[in-house]
Design a protein around this ligand. Sequence first.
Ligand code: FAD
Length: 521
Amino acid sequence: CVATFLMMTSFLSTINHFQMVSTVALPDDDIFTLDIVSKIHVDHDSTAKASSDFGRIVEAIPNGVFHPTSPADIAALIRLSISQSKPFTVAPRGQGHSARGQALAPGGIVIDMRSMGRGNHGYHANVSSDELWVDVGGEQLWIDVLHATLEHGLAPRIWTDYLHITVGGTLSNGGIGGQAFRHGPQISNVHELDVVTGMGEMITCSQDKNSDLFFAALGGLGQFGVITRARIALEPSPKRVLWVRIAYSDVESFTSDQELLISKRSNGSGFDYIEGQVQLNRTLTEGRRSSSFFSASELDQLAELVLRTGSNAIYYIEGAMYYNDDTASSVNQKLERQLEELSFAPGFVFVRNVSYLEFLDRIGREEQKLRSAGVWDVPHPWLNLFVPKSRILDFDASVFKGILRDAKPVGLILMYPMNKNMWDDRMTPATPDGDVFYAVGLLRSAVAAGDLERLEGENAAVLEFCDREGVGCKQYLPHHASPDGWRRHFGEKLGRVAAMKRRYDPRAILSPGQGIFPTGA
Ligand code: FAD
């Protein structure tokens, strides 16, 4: 006990936050038994790694990085914080793949969630084949969840495009992808959570049990607790995928076809996955000469379509049809029947036949290419918006054919619709009005000098356009620099969000990098 206390004292003395070590009150004995202190690393290497993220725009140094091996460790750390007269902030960090410092804890403690995987807390992908769910730790990567569930011939129903991010990280945001039109975001596919609240309590919650915490934590931006386990819905996994891209030179046909496709929600008809991309003129004429999907000659064909039609942008729907051995003979006819209903540029259909795993992990392969080209670890001033269907054509005209008309080709622009009724409004995320809204992702990278300032300027102009014209956009993976920005973001939900914060994190210590609430009250 004495040795632990001495270690604790020496750790605390390295932390600026604790100005008077002698006044630190130790909450109870389990702090000692769990040996929390020895799991906090304060060396420069550890804190430097936790002081930035995928975005590489914001930097903030924590005072230490905590390596828990169980939810009880996390609970003890939080109780230690709130036992102080001036608590320290605590940020769970999954993969740190946020873009604006959301997983940072300036002067506080970052929880390295991935170290939970090295513990033995018992939820490393326990699959129930009968009830079609899997229990996974909040620290687990979706790619590992995929591998674990495939062993049972099962898989989660909805996927983010990139799988090397954590369950807790995506469930704290929403988790969107091409299957969301049918199944909703990842947060709509969770049966139960274990959460360690900002009071240091370990609570199991679901729609029927502690439901206020369940709904608050899903899409909750890490504000109400640390998700340590999630029970996620599964479906039988398909073996193979017809992966299709269909090009358009006009936005009206592109959007009306996308909306037609997402209206086919019942299983068995239409595509199983629908997304879309915008390729600005310069992307096709000056951008990369091949991609993980298109060959160089196909990109030439697309560039020729731009020139021929005089369009400033082309669009393509990305669709996927799943199939198995028993449906292999009919899937091509199913695709043809579906294509007959669409109004794409004649001849511009590109089809790949890949395994389900290859399809889902497609961005993992792209990451390897970008890493080898030295353009992965660069600043990513990403802007993700939900745009109401009623304003998507205005958005296209003013943003893609206006603000970004001559934008340098540095990255990717996603644009695809989702059905709002697949989102549960009791959960924390803010979504626009209307039955359908588009996810528009300006996923661009700053690869050369001056890119970051220029891209930030373009993002600001896009946001200014949305505000000025009353487009009714909501940011996804939101970042707002002012309390007023957050007020407008949450709108009618603000009162509930604030009440849940008072209830589950009254000292406001959790995920300070989101910048929603003043920290450490
Ligand atoms: P982090 O960045 O580590 O954390 C994000 C936030 O959640 C922080 O506030 C953190 O404190 C909090 N947090 C982390 N873990 C927990 C936990 N266990 N409990 C409570 N709070 C926690 N998103 C999509 O929806 N769809 C996509 O298709 C998609 N594609 C992407 C592709 C790439 C290449 C990248 C880099 C990101 C993509 N994202 C996508 C965004 C991604 O979902 C978020 O950035 C997500 O937060 C990343 O997970 P992470 O584990 O890195 O979280």
